[in-house]
Write a protein that binds this ligand. Structure first.
Ligand SMILES: [Cu+2]
Length: 141
């Protein structure tokens, strides 16, 4: 009778152990499929722009927002079930930075600090160098 109990307990332990293991792997699989990584072109100039863009992009459902001031690319890691790329882009545009899909409002843009104001208009990467040259002219406004 004792040995039967021990065997029974051993089976229970194995069963419970494998069950929780199975749950764990299911969970990590779920997490993997539920995140999406996307890079979005966002206008901006400096470190202040970076802070502003990243703070605006870090809404619920976004696990990572990293903007590079050289490439002007915002790398977003987010859960598409919780938030849409468009919604994040709207938030970024709302603080004064143009994205691929949404333009910042003039009134918001006008309130940006001087160093952030020479925002280059969004243009495809380096096809027209004259557009880049225009953005380097001093701001008369
Ligand atoms: Cu700036």
């Amino acid at each position: 009778m004792k040995t039967i109990k021990i065997i029974f307990l051993a089976i229970m332990v194995i069963f419970l152990g494998s069950n929780s293991y199975a749950q764990m792997t299911d969970h990590s699989k779920m997490n993997m499929t539920s995140t999406k990584t996307e890079t979005i072109k966002v206008s901006g100039n400096c470190g202040m722009c970076k802070d502003r863009i990243e703070a605006a992009a870090k809404v619920e459902g976004v696990s990572k927002a990293d903007w590079n001031k050289d490439t002007k690319l915002l790398t977003l890691v987010y859960n598409p079930a919780m938030v849409k790329s468009d919604d994040v882009q709207k938030k970024v545009a709302a603080v004064g930075h143009d994205t691929e899909k949404f333009k910042a409002q003039d009134a918001v843009y006008a309130k940006l600090p001087g160093c952030c104001k020479n925002l280059p208009v969004y243009c495809p990467p380096l096809k027209n160098s004259h557009v880049v040259a225009i953005t380097m002219l001093p701001d008369n406004g």
